[in-house]
Design a binder for this molecule. Structure first.
Ligand SMILES: [Zn+2]
Length: 283
């Protein structure tokens, strides 16, 4: 039997949100069995709790936002991916602003601190979200298929449709275990355009020549040394793990072609709409 887990101790992160430019602190706290992943906006009156459920997930622009127009938290996907990737079932995430810090644009620091805090077993059996039949969504030329599986496997195809000179088509496939997540997926950073970085610098939100919040691209080149030749598709897998991780501890083989946050949210909604019949306690 697999048991639920939480963190061995609290860990804290601080930094800027890449979309709002607002600095925030994020503290991951141990949480009781059965509580799942929940955010708490500690800067707002009454410290409202935001529970990640797929129907309330909004794919906006290039990040995933939870909550309502009044009470929300943005860019949750990298920290949720880190918690799911490291198989942490229960965690209370305290955040004192509207957006999770971007850090270096990857999940590496989240994983390092989760490993340092330790992942500890609790006394209840783990609940696994297991799909029983194929579920799929398509939008334009983007496709996501979730097949029944007794593990989380992701097969992702990125196609260089805009013919960027420094990019190529990329394919990667991983069975997501904590070791694979920590070594192969978590270090992959988000991509950002040099124009976006210059805008953040113009607004005084990042230091001098700092470009260490993303892999920075111009119209015809990649300006940041890469951590993996296929860092782009690995980060897309990271985002997909985070977006699907909002549903729970998912076992499925997800085949993704050109997927992004918007279609990820559509698949998550479709899976969660029949969630009653899909959840079971793993024997
Ligand atoms: Zn991302």
């Amino acid at each position: 039997m697999e048991f639920q887990t939480t963190l061995g101790s609290e860990v804290t992160f601080a930094g800027m949100g890449v979309h709002t430019g607002v600095k925030s602190r994020l503290t991951l706290c141990p949480a009781p069995s059965g509580s799942g992943l929940k955010f708490k906006r500690v800067d707002l009156p009454g410290q409202p709790i935001i529970v990640p459920t797929a129907p309330r997930m909004n794919g906006v622009h290039r990040c995933t936002r939870l909550g309502t127009d009044e009470v929300s938290v943005s860019t949750v996907e990298h920290v949720v991916a880190a918690l799911r990737g490291m198989e942490v079932d229960n965690c209370l995430l305290l955040v004192d602003g509207p957006e999770v810090p971007i850090l270096d644009g990857s999940a590496a620091e989240f994983v390092q601190k989760i490993q340092a805090a330790g992942v500890v077993e609790q006394d209840s059996p783990r609940r696994v979200l297991q799909i029983m039949e194929p579920v799929w969504v398509s939008q334009d030329h983007k496709h996501l298929v979730a097949l029944p599986s007794d593990e989380l496997r992701i097969s992702f195809t990125f196609t260089n449709d805009k013919k960027h000179k420094a990019l190529s088509d990329q394919f990667a496939e991983f069975v997501v275990t904590p070791a694979v997540f920590a070594e192969e997926i978590a270090p992959a950073r988000t991509m950002g355009w040099i124009s976006e970085i210059e805008e953040l610098r113009r607004r005084g939100l990042i230091q001098g020549g700092s470009m260490d919040i993303a892999v920075v691209m111009s119209q015809d080149a990649i300006l940041t040394p890469l951590r993996f030749p296929d860092e782009l598709v690995r980060h897309k897998i990271l985002d997909l793990i985070g977006d699907m991780g909002l549903l729970g501890h998912l076992h499925a083989h997800i085949i993704a072609v050109r997927a992004g946050h918007q279609i990820n949210a559509m698949l998550a909604e479709k899976i969660s709409s029949s969630v009653e019949s899909y959840i079971y306690s793993r024997p």
